[in-house]
Design a binder for this molecule. Structure first.
Ligand code: ADP
Ligand code: MG
Length: 389
């Protein structure tokens, strides 16, 4: 587990300076897949895996960044920040530092120690966690305060413009604004959001299929093009429609024949997924876990059959989960073609559920999965309470 006291002693012995420490969590999306770029809804929760950033000022004009995950130090001159990525882990913190500098918030140098227990590259957004932790640490050093949504936007810009990875706003937004025991229904159109309570006796069991099919990149591009094709067909008839967020299933009945068969299927997923995501938040608000489970099952079916973004391993993981006691709902989460499934499970049953799912998935596929039992956690914050100064 991410232990602030351990990071503090590491920072103290490496840099001989008392740090301030900040934490930013990873996340899992409960429902709302490929709805973000249609200006629709997503419903993630922050999880109890996080990245910690310990920061202290320096007087030699250098920015020294150490990652305990990589056991490696990276040094740049504060007055000569890099302008592009080098395909190294330091791109993530340096991107945030460079974007902040571009906003007029330059530093004269600091030491930054990083450590995270969000599994790297597993779809739980260790990238957003390291960006947000860095942003909080550096803005605090400079005594600058950004409201949550703006801080998230800044970190997203860093990932888009510096790291050059095309992510939406969801990951950074939930890492900044998550609440313990809540999911967050985010409207990707205007970044307004609503919290939806997750009962204390419900665990978020995240099951990594351990596969990521290499088609993912190309397929992502073609899915986006198909979604845009469907929106533009509807827009010819209803001018107020700019994105599929503005469309409904009636539009598909009326004008679906003018679309390619694939565009029609993709649009059906996005339009119904938007409604399901809002309905899922309502189900949580009304403590209706049965309805939530039904919506998650429908979402997986739609993602697999209409959006065709699942894969054999993920379908197997979901099918096996559905047979186990304690399951409330299961579906593939994230961009698709592999990655993790999210399982809402009764807390009491969660350890047995995880063990049984790992066993049956290994039997069915020959692959040993990684399974994490998580809980909805709070968003990024300064860590003080547990530290004895
Ligand atoms: P995900 O966000 O799903 O975990 P990404 O590929 O978007 O996967 O981001 C993972 C990358 O972020 C890592 O390969 C590494 O470069 C960087 N990263 C994340 N956490 C840390 C950390 N604690 N220390 C150094 N680099 C990190
Ligand atoms: Mg990422």
């Amino acid at each position: 587990m991410h232990d602030p006291e351990a990071l503090r002693s590491l920072h103290l012995s490496r840099f001989k300076a008392e740090p301030e420490i900040f934490a930013a969590p990873g996340r899992v999306n409960l429902i709302g897949e490929h709805t973000d770029y249609a200006e629709g809804f997503v419903m993630p929760a922050a999880i109890d895996f996080a990245t910690l950033a310990a920061i202290s000022p320096r007087t030699d004009g250098k920015i020294v960044i150490y990652s305990e995950n990589f056991r490696e130090e990276h040094i740049v001159e504060a007055a000569a920040l890099p302008t592009e990525a080098t395909q190294h882990w330091s791109d993530y913190p340096l991107g945030v530092i460079a974007i902040l500098a571009g906003e007029g918030h330059r530093t004269t140098g600091f030491s930054l120690s990083l450590y995270g227990d969000v599994p790297l590259g597993s779809g739980l957004s260790s990238s957003a966690a390291i960006e947000v932790a860095t942003a909080l640490a550096v803005t605090s050093l400079l005594n600058v305060h950004y409201p949550g949504p703006q801080l998230a936007r800044l970190c997203q810009r860093s990932e888009n413009e510096f790291v050059r990875s095309s992510c939406g706003i969801m990951d950074q937004f939930i890492s900044v604004n998550g609440e313990a025991n809540h999911a967050l229904l985010l409207d990707c159109r205007d970044l307004s959001f609503r919290l939806a309570p997750i009962p204390a006796n419900v665990a978020l069991v995240i099951a990594n299929t351990m596969v990521k099919h290499s088609v993912a990149g190309g397929e992502y591009t073609s899915r986006r093009a198909e979604v845009e094709e469907a929106a533009s067909v509807i827009a010819r008839h209803r001018h107020e429609v700019r994105f599929l967020r503005d469309a409904n299933v009636d539009d598909l009945k009326k004008w679906g024949s003018e679309m390619s068969p694939n565009a029609l299927k993709r649009a059906r997923h996005v339009i119904t997924e938007n409604s399901r995501t809002v309905a899922a938040a309502d189900a949580l608000i009304h403590h209706d876990l049965k309805e939530l489970g039904r919506l998650m099952a429908e979402a997986h079916e739609s993602y697999s059959k209409d959006f065709e973004a699942s894969c054999a391993e993920a379908d197997t993981m979901v099918m096996l989960a559905n047979k186990l006691p304690g399951l409330i709902g299961a579906r593939l989460t994230g961009g698709g073609f592999g990655g993790c499934t999210i399982n809402l499970v009764e807390q009491e049953q969660a350890p047995k559920f995880a063990e049984a799912l790992a066993g049956s998935y290994a039997d069915a596929t020959g692959i040993k999965p990684q399974i994490h039992i998580c809980h909805a956690s709070s968003g990024a914050h300064k860590v003080t309470a547990s530290l004895s100064h």
